[in-house]
Design a protein around this ligand. Structure first.
Ligand code: ADP
Ligand code: MG
Length: 277
């Protein structure tokens, strides 16, 4: 088993990409489970109205369940909606419900609308006995107010990139948004990690995409690449992450390696990206 270094203060990581279907949710939950497996305390905040992260973590999120919606709109304390995932005693989830679909619009008229999540996380960290080592935010596929709340609350952005056609399309828009948030709302925000997902080593295209991304983002791209694997896509229908569903599968092994890499490079990555800007 690889040596792991747990962070001394909570690392808040938002998994973002305004494109849908690139592996955000899959990465958020499997990375969270892999970090928990390695001994970290992890909270996943499900910011996508679809609630796929909540489902994959085996956490109930029907319309009557208190959720991130109540936190953002009605200022419920986050600790009141957090549930523990049946998968690991280290793994927690603030679920999303369908109500969150309306939050994007409802937030527009709210006071401090961009800072709702940040405030909630601050309250959470003050209230809990043991602060989590990681808070991982799963974003919806847009650059609307929910994603802006995630950007305002996080230190790190993790961008999953699908090794397929048009992989880099929209990336400059995403990086532009991160820069804007950095300037106006949250100077600590930076892209710490890029993760190549759904990699199919048999195709030239996947190799080309990987090479191109690495040439642009040498410091941010993880060495670990997540392979395309049926086991990864099957796991959520069992209410599980692939770590629990099939821990020996290639996808599970890759997410565990990615977790170790992220823990090991945490501090260095912060310094590297700040120096570049
Ligand atoms: P997003 O959250 O960005 O919309 P998802 O994580 O939901 O993307 O992934 C989109 C689809 O791709 C899902 O059906 C998911 O199961 C599948 N998928 C994600 N990663 C992999 C992988 N490594 N191998 C196979 N299927 C994957
Ligand atoms: Mg998703």
């Amino acid at each position: 088993k690889a040596q792991v270094t747990l962070p001394t203060s909570t690392r808040i990581v938002t998994v973002s990409n305004q494109k849908g279907g690139v592996g955000k949710t899959t990465t958020a939950v499997n990375l969270a489970a892999a970090l928990a497996h390695a001994g970290a305390q992890v909270l996943v905040v499900d910011l996508d109205p679809q609630g796929n992260a909540s489902t994959a973590l085996g956490v109930p999120h029907s319309a009557d369940i208190p959720s991130v919606y109540d936190v953002l709109i009605d200022e419920f304390p986050l600790q009141d909606v957090v549930q523990s995932s049946p998968e690991s005693h280290n793994l927690f989830c603030a679920p999303s419900t369908i109500h969150l679909a309306g939050a994007e619009i409802e937030l527009v008229s709210q006071v401090a609308r961009e800072h709702r999540l940040r405030r909630a996380l601050e309250g959470y960290l003050e209230s809990v006995d043991v602060a989590p080592h990681f808070i991982i935010i799963d974003c919806p596929p847009s650059l609307g107010l929910l994603t802006i709340n995630a950007f305002a609350a996080a230190d790190e952005v993790l961008i999953p990139i699908q090794c397929e056609y048009y992989a880099l399309e929209g990336l400059s828009q995403l990086l532009g948004s991160v820069k804007m948030i950095q300037k106006h709302l949250n100077p600590a925000l930076h892209v710490s990690t890029i993760l190549l997902t759904m990699y199919d080593a048999r195709t030239r295209l996947a190799q080309q995409v990987a090479e191109e991304v690495r040439s642009h983002f040498a410091d941010e791209v993880l060495k670990t690449v997540i392979p395309r694997s049926v086991r990864v896509s099957e796991a959520p229908s069992f209410g599980q992450t692939v770590i629990a569903y099939d821990g020996q599968s290639a996808g599970a092994v890759a997410y565990r390696e990615a977790a170790v890499e992220i823990m090991a490079r945490g501090v260095r990555a912060v310094v590297a990206t700040e120096g570049e800007a």
